[in-house]
Design a protein around this ligand. Structure first.
Ligand SMILES: [Cu+2]
Length: 385
């Protein structure tokens, strides 16, 4: 096996530590020179960036030696569902085929507001009429993502995908740009574990993202996160429309520039995680949420009302140890987080962007229903009135 990169064991939960970066310039130069010299002498590939800080990139099994992921493995799902963990301990080639969807979608079922959304669905999945958010992809660090995108002839404009999980020009955007009637394929090595955004990056990029062309890809660490009772996929995003009244609304392009959305929503539409759409867990169960803030413009202040983030992996950077016992975690536009909560008492946990006008006025509100027996040792109403 050819090691294309420096093999490093970076177990989950352990913060990789390298030598301090504070070297003298001459020392740095000597270190870099010795790295290149060693690679030259041994005939190995140059290990870019490994001279000063220990690499966290896994050793790469050459593509020609990688098997396809087993047929039984599920690598894509629609929100709020998450593909189950693969259980694989070795890398593979993960094949994913998306199709671009341009459709009119109801973005506020309570009032009947409709909007022209663009997005992604699994190729050929005619039953899915909205591509917002795009399907969640799940693979493993060290895998090769073989990604194909088809833009059906019936669509009106070019689109592509920029994967934040992909190392290469534009995250793959130029090489996945497809006009209607075209199909393109890329292969990309998944070098870092985490929950990463993907989005369209064609033309007027803010317009394409704010029309709904976004989603998330989970790259599992080599040592998987501990099993939990339920996993959830959530994407926060903003819509910039000419109004909020019933019927078809248009895009307010100036509002995009001014960063003044009319809607801020979870999973593509108001109410996507409310009432009958709310996920349910039992008292004692642990839920993990893979969360992307697609923006376009606003940071998210992600908070569970009536609960805590028992676990937070800030920025969804899964090589690092988690925080424990947080109230609100900040998720930048174009970023993600992985959080966990535990159903301690029966209740409706309210998920919000705690810049609360976005929740109460614009739609960034969801629920997790916790069912089971009360526990007065944790919560008890004593008197009122
Ligand atoms: Cu697009």
């Amino acid at each position: 096996m050819t090691h294309l990169s420096h093999p490093v064991s970076a177990p989950h939960g352990v913060r990789p530590r390298g030598p301090r970066v504070r070297h003298l310039p001459a020392r740095l130069m000597a270190t870099a020179f010795m790295t290149v010299l060693a690679a030259t002498l041994t005939g190995g590939a140059t290990v870019y960036g490994a001279s000063a800080i220990e690499s966290v990139i896994p050793s790469l099994v050459p593509k020609a030696e990688l098997p396809a992921a087993p047929d039984s493995e599920v690598n894509v799902s629609y929100a709020p569902d998450v593909p189950p963990p693969s259980g694989r301990t070795q890398p593979a080639i993960v094949d994913v085929h998306f199709e671009v969807v341009e459709n009119v979608t109801v973005i506020d079922p309570a009032t009947g507001v409709e909007y022209q959304t663009w997005g992604y669905r699994i190729d050929g999945d005619d039953a899915v009429h909205t591509g917002t958010p795009g399907p969640m992809i799940r693979a493993r660090v060290g895998d090769v993502l073989r990604f194909t995108i088809t833009n059906p002839e019936t669509n009106s404009m070019p689109h592509n995908v920029d994967f934040h999980a992909v190392t290469g020009q534009g995250g793959g955007a130029a090489d996945t740009t497809v006009t209607p009637g075209m199909t393109a394929t890329i292969e990309a090595r998944l070098l870092y574990p985490g929950m990463f955004m993907y989005h369209c990056a064609f033309g007027d990029v803010p317009l394409h993202i704010s029309h709904g062309m976004h989603g998330g890809i989970l790259v599992d660490p080599a040592e998987p996160l501990p099993a939990v009772d339920r996993e959830l996929y959530m994407v926060q995003s903003e819509l910039y429309t000419t109004g909020t009244e019933t019927g078809l609304v248009e895009t307010d392009r100036q509002a995009v520039t001014d960063e003044q959305p009319t809607f801020v929503v979870f999973n593509g539409a108001k109410g996507a995680l409310i009432g009958d759409n709310a996920p349910r867990i039992q008292v004692g169960e642990r839920m993990r949420i893979y969360f992307i803030n697609a923006g376009l413009n606003l940071d998210s202040n992600f908070h569970p009302i009536g609960s805590h983030w028992d676990v937070v992996y800030p920025e969804a950077a899964l090589l690092n140890a988690p925080l424990r016992g947080s109230q609100t975690t900040l998720v930048p536009a174009g970023g993600g987080t992985v959080v966990e909560l535990v159903g301690q008492v029966p209740s409706a946990i309210i998920l919000v962007d705690h810049a609360l006008a976005r929740a109460f006025d614009k739609g960034a509100i969801g629920q997790i229903i916790v069912e089971g027996d009360p526990n007065p040792e944790i919560f008890e109403a004593i008197s009122i009135g």
